[in-house]
Design a protein. Structure first.
Length: 105
């Protein structure tokens, strides 16, 4: 795990970051910094702690309002393999039903 230095609302922080997660962490930092800056710039809240709490609540609300992500489709190879098994099973059932009258394949 590596460490990255980031800046949020003019304050520098050192954060742990998993390998390969740099872009996601920087995107999250940018979102938090943007939200906190907007609250500060509105001028109604001055305390950094209150700004952080309001920003966290705003971001959490935005996440909750997003439509639920659809589950990822199965990889093509897995789906083809599953389909092949289902077809073989159906053919076996049809062959059993036809009995000695003949086999489809």
């Amino acid at each position: 795990m590596k460490q990255m230095e980031v800046t949020i609302l003019g304050q520098s922080y050192i954060l742990a970051c998993p390998d390969g997660g740099e872009a996601s962490l920087l995107a999250a930092v940018a979102s938090v910094d943007t939200e906190m800056s907007a609250i500060r710039d509105a001028g109604k809240v001055k305390a950094r702690e209150r700004i952080a709490v309001l920003a966290a609540l705003n971001l959490a609300y935005q996440l909750a309002e997003r439509p639920a992500a659809a589950p990822a489709p199965a990889p093509p190879n897995a789906r083809a393999s599953s389909d092949s098994v289902q077809i073989d099973t159906m053919l076996a059932r049809i062959d059993a039903a036809l009995g000695s009258d003949g086999h489809l394949l």
